[in-house]
Design a protein around this ligand. Structure first.
Ligand code: ATP
Length: 161
């Protein structure tokens, strides 16, 4: 067989979060017959920015509308495309997104399920190491934000007294 060709794909996705009564949840999707839980993402289309792709893919795959707050980071992995005898290196950009509306009931028919999970449950549930690292970073970013806003309130109170 001829040697495999090398392809490079760029996708973009998001960690969409909501906080209720001090519990922060994020949305995951289930694929491969419901056996694999992962972050929503998809190919960056021509003429689209990675940010636009992330918002579109999160909306399509999870049914949820999000607003980007920050970039989390990138992951890369290799996989083999059998039909094309190609080895593909995929880079995925991930963004932290604030939940604006919508329901996971409206997830894409192409995914098996979409659901909210408390951050630590999501960390235990995801199938891929790269996704786990991204969720870990998102958790640190969210904890820092909570810490900073508490610090600002404290500062204001100290100045007022
Ligand atoms: P996209 O969602 O970007 O449009 P896709 O659904 O066609 O792409 P991938 O989700 O990248 O394709 O899946 C291609 C292969 O890579 C599958 O075998 C999948 O199991 C594997 N894969 C998917 N995500 C990861 C990851 N985060 N780390 C390692 N392997 C992954």
């Amino acid at each position: 067989m001829r040697p495999a060709t090398i392809k490079h794909q760029v996708s973009s996705g998001g960690v969409i979060f909501r906080t209720n009564a001090d519990v922060t949840e994020i949305a995951l999707i289930a694929v491969k017959g419901g056996n694999v839980w992962c972050l929503p993402k998809g190919i960056v289309d021509k003429g689209e920015s990675p940010e636009e792709t992330a918002v579109r893919e999160v909306r399509e795959e999870t049914g949820l509308k999000g607003r980007i707050k920050d970039k989390i980071g990138d992951i890369s992995y290799w996989y083999y495309i059998k039909g094309e005898n190609a080895r593909c290196r995929k880079t995925v950009h991930f963004y932290l997104m604030e939940y604006m509306g919508g329901s996971t009931k409206d997830h894409d028919a192409e995914v098996d399920d979409a659901s909210w999970f408390p951050l630590d449950e999501a960390l235990a549930k995801v199938s891929y190491k790269g996704d786990r690292e991204i969720i870990g970073k998102a958790k640190e970013m969210l904890e820092k934000e909570i810490h900073d806003s508490r610090y600002k309130i404290q500062e204001k109170e100290n100045h007022a007294s």
